[in-house]
Design a protein around this ligand. Structure first.
Ligand code: FES
Length: 652
């Protein structure tokens, strides 16, 4: 008779094996993705499977109800200690008896799909940089003079097929007591290596280590630094945290930081120290929040713009401040935690995504990784809105990229009543077409300001100012209701029919909210504020328009707004302002913090690193500063929405 046939789902891989073959052995031979840390010794329980069709034999161990058990003695012990769900078996204990279909549940797959967050454009399949391996090491012998490390390496080769393993000095320092404490059984965390590095032992524990190792995905922005702490075995985000970039005290925007380094001897080094110290604070904070030991963070991925990239690496950004904006390197970098004075595992693997060009950094590369314009059938415009807008335009055929200096107005800076997004800031606005009075929402409350409960709900915080998304909606609403004209002038009370418009120097301002009676601020929109928004939005639009010229198109199929701020922009208002090209409103979507997502993809899926390196090499870079048409587009785009270009979809 024939050997039993086994079929694994979901992979569909199948084969025949002699009666008595452990499922794990069959899975390995067929290349089925079935996890194991203990190598089939019945310790780790990572190999759990469920019989789909057909059966395993019952065991001579009595179950609680007196019948024969579905589990063998090892599984029974495991069940008593940690619990094994009814119907589940350990793949290393269950053996093939007859034809059977076996399902490998997602938790038991190494390359499992990571739970997708809302707004994320693509799936992330886990392909972790670092994995845990339990090994039994040969004891030293007077007749065999090999060292403990050599015998550990032999064991990893024989039991796990891991070759060319290296270990840092700190592992050598702990290895001997750990091996002896574990009775020559240890668990090691091995970084599996990449195109520049051999596999490396990152940690070693006596016996079986029942924990996990962690990684960080970091978006280093000029204003904020945001990090996700992830479990490298499950892909789960355990904590997300952020802090203000401490370099802010050297200059609000990128160019002011570059000039700080030019004007002050040692200025660049000072900023490097500041950002690294901030990074350490953030890591302490996030590790505390998740209850994780910093030394178990063995991998970190960073995305940032070119100036942040250089300053974080300890490179003077001088050349980035002047044409031709040469980067020190635009390649991806593979470094160690201690190269950057990080407080995580000292030899943690650090990966920086490649930069696209002197003004288009690794953050834009991360956006390209998460939004994948290079895989899109339709023509997609991806705008990452911040103090510097990074713009990508492309489809499967080709992708173009540029950056445009929008300045900080979209973040509420340089606006008279502007502020950062924080409780008390106006973030949504509607102007009544008849009374021309605004109603608004502030951060921290779900109520509109004309709701009688609003005052109570906002409480002591009160209304403090207008944040970036609020100012965009405000200006767009003002334009829609005739308070501002196309060139960007606020009208008089007579012209607008609103006594909220009042003379303010040589122009008019619009009253949003008067909180002075309660000791609060007087919130107005001045004509200078409108100018600031016009400049910022014109820079954004002309960057996009320039890429469209290069592509030879005058419309795009869809628009993706990325960036933490992009998540809050209303697409209708963005289009009324002419920030983005005319497109059907349902084709304008928000991707949230796409750069952060890209960092997380590169952290969890190491194969994605090579992928984005290839994509970035193929992206065509456009330098806005030397394109004569940029100026022309900029002038036209200063009008609201635009002096020359019709917005047919918007106007319909
Ligand atoms: Fe570890 Fe089965 S492989 S318990």
């Amino acid at each position: 008779s024939q050997d039993p046939l086994v079929v694994f789902t979901p992979s569909g891989k199948r084969g025949r094996f002699p009666v008595g073959t452990p499922v794990l052995t069959a899975a390995r031979q067929l290349g089925v993705d079935l996890d194991s840390v203990c190598g089939g010794r019945g310790i780790c329980s990572r190999c759990q499977i469920t019989p789909g069709y057909g059966e395993f034999s019952k065991h001579g161990v009595t179950a609680r109800d007196g019948a024969l058990s579905q589990w063998n003695a090892v599984e029974q012990r495991y069940r008593d200690k940690r619990g094994l769900t009814e119907g589940r078996r350990l793949g290393c204990q269950a053996t093939l008896q007859s034809d059977i279909v076996i399902d490998v549940p997602p938790e038991s797959q190494v390359h499992k799909q990571v739970v997708r967050k809302r707004a994320e454009a693509r799936d992330i399949v886990l392909d972790p940089s670092t994995r845990l391996f339990y090994v039994e090491v040969a004891e030293p012998d007077m007749h065999d003079p090999s060292g403990d490390l050599e015998r550990l390496r032999d064991a990893l080769r024989e039991q796990w097929d891991l070759h060319k393993i290296t270990a840092d000095l700190h592992i050598l320092q702990e290895m001997q007591p750990v091996l002896r404490k574990g009775g020559w059984k240890v668990t090691v965390a091995v970084h599996l290596g990449d195109k520049e590095n051999n596999p490396r032992i990152m940690q070693i524990w006596p016996g079986y280590y029942d924990g996990t190792v962690y990684g960080l995905a970091v978006d280093l922005g000029s204003t904020t630094i945001a990090a996700h702490l992830c479990d490298l075995q499950t892909g789960e985000v355990l904590a997300s945290s952020g802090l203000m970039n401490p370099q802010i005290r050297f200059g609000e925007d990128l160019m002011s930081r570059v000039s700080y380094s030019m004007m002050n001897a040692g200025g660049a080094a000072e900023m490097t120290r500041a950002v690294r110290a901030g990074m350490r604070d953030l890591f302490t904070q996030i590790a505390e929040e998740a209850g994780v030991d910093l030394a178990l963070i063995v991998d970190a991925v960073f995305v940032c713009n070119p100036v942040m990239h250089h300053l974080f690496l300890g490179i003077d950004p001088f050349e980035l401040g002047q044409a031709p904006f040469a980067l020190t390197t635009n390649s991806a970098l593979r470094l160690r935690g201690d190269d950057l004075e990080l407080n995580i595992h000292p030899s943690a693997r650090v990966y920086l995504l490649p930069c696209i060009a002197g003004h288009v950094g690794a953050d834009a590369a991360a956006v390209a990784l998460s939004e994948a314009p290079d895989k899109s059938d339709d023509l997609v415009l991806v705008v990452d809105v911040g103090t510097n807008a990074e713009i990508l335009l492309g489809n499967k055929e080709r992708v173009l990229a540029c950056s445009s200096p929008t300045g900080p107005a979209f973040e509420g800076a340089q606006i008279s009543s502007g502020q950062r997004a924080a409780p008390g800031a106006i973030e949504r606005v509607e102007i009544d077409p008849v009374t021309k009075a605004p109603r608004f929402k502030v951060i921290g409350s779900d109520l509109w300001s004309d709701d009688p409960r609003f005052v109570i709900e906002i409480g002591a915080t009160g209304i403090t100012g207008i944040c970036g998304s609020g100012i965009i909606e405000m200006v767009a609403e003002m334009r829609m209701h005739g308070i501002v004209d196309a060139p960007g002038l606020i009208g008089s009370p007579e012209q607008t029919g609103s006594d909220r418009c009042f003379p303010d120097g040589r122009t008019y301002s619009y009253l949003v909210h008067d909180g002075t009676a309660d000791g609060g601020p007087l919130i107005t929109i001045t004509n200078r504020d409108i100018r600031e928004i016009q400049m910022a939005k014109a820079a954004l639009y002309s960057g996009a328009r320039l890429l469209m010229d290069k592509f030879g198109v005058d419309k795009v199929d869809r628009v993706v707004l990325a960036g933490a701020f992009g998540a809050h922009i209303s697409s209708k208002h963005a289009m009324v302002l002419g920030m983005i090209p005319d497109a059907p409103l349902d084709k304008v979507t928000s991707a949230g913090n796409a750069a952060g997502t890209g960092a997380r993809i590169a952290l969890l899926n190491t194969a994605a690193r090579a992928e984005i390196e290839a994509t970035v090499r193929a992206i065509h870079k456009v330098e806005t500063a030397i394109e004569p048409r940029f100026q022309e587009h900029f002038v036209n785009a200063s009008a609201i929405p635009n002096a020359v270009e019709p917005f047919p979809i918007l106007n319909s």
